[in-house]
Design a protein around this ligand. Sequence first.
Ligand code: NAP
Ligand code: 3JM
Length: 345
Amino acid sequence: MSKTKQFHVAVVGATGAVGQQMLSILEQRDFPLASLKLLASARSAGKKVMFKGNEYTLEEATPEAFEGVDIALFSAGGSVSTKLVPEAIKRGTLCIDNTSAFRMDPDVPLVVPEVNPDKIFDNNGVIANPNCSTIQMVAALKPLYDKYGMDRIVVSTYQAVSGAGAKAIQELVDQSQAVLNGDEVKKEVLPVGSLPVKHQIAFNAIPQIDVFLDNGFTNEEMKMIRETKKIYGDESIKVSATCVRIPVERGHAESVYVELKEDFEMADVMALFANAPGVIVQDKPEEQVYPMPADATGKIEVFVGRVRRDLDYPKGLHMWVVSDNLLKGAAWNAVQIAEEWIKRQ
Ligand code: NAP
Ligand code: 3JM
């Protein structure tokens, strides 16, 4: 990374589950910061946050806050991005947006650096970060896609509560304590904050993430389907998804089944995974080694295991893919995009 140039950076949604990880990863990566602005809602303005041993004061995210900002990392929800990304672009800021607001806009690149890094430079001021569940899946499958071609993907997710924000993490903790204490369980956040019906997540599994659409899939499932096609630049690939929330704090797991276009040898598949950038193989069934959310928490890589050929369809392959949804699924993918972008400035 160029150490000569430094950048004025803003984190929008700095108090949130993703925003906090943005700060932590910027700190760890020693990102070349000329200055750092921490933005959130008016509720947080004036609060203090520590970064690299210095105290920063949170400011309200307003259009004027982007004056002089080179790079803004957005994770404050779709409506904030819809309103403020155009304002930031007007002021010359490169926006890296973690929300779904611009992902499917044909003029906006949707980037996972291990898959389509060149798209970073084909932007009109905003680069979209895909959904957390999409990112880890397309990063893991990329070498198989390139070598054999891919006919179909069928994925079922086991998603951590942190994907639904800081309030959902607290809800899992509070409900778990209430169940163990025999107290009344309060349901306020999951599965979807804006819908009237709520379900218990503690000691449960909820087959709904985001709202249902008319086709019977949820919006989260459709995000995985549409984003995968856009990132691979391949509308012919068949994708279906079932997204499930489970009572894990951090780390999404996915059971992924793919049908490749060409025959494969298992040894070649394992070698592809072993050499894939950003991917770590954890696959020793005889030693009970496989990826798990608790092990992936705090790590930036995507972990792959349980890799096996389908018993009835020889071009079919099953695997288990795990990654920290707040890091590769959100904050790290965004900062990684920023790191790639600044290499060419
Ligand atoms: P969270 O924990 O609920 O945090 C929300 C953040 O947004 C807080 O910093 C909050 O500030 C800020 N915010 C809310 N309303 C605002 C407003 N009107 N103006 C400015 N800031 C406002 O949620 P999260 O899990 O961090 O996720 C944040 C967003 O990132 C999500 O809504 C989603 O769009 C995106 N996300 C993306 C991925 C991904 O896979 N790429 C994963 C998770 C989330 P206050 O503390 O001041 O309220
Ligand atoms: C993950 O309120 C909102 O607009 C946020 C909804 C949300 C999203 C989204 O659609 O941006 C919550 C959690 C995501 C996402 O990454 O798609």
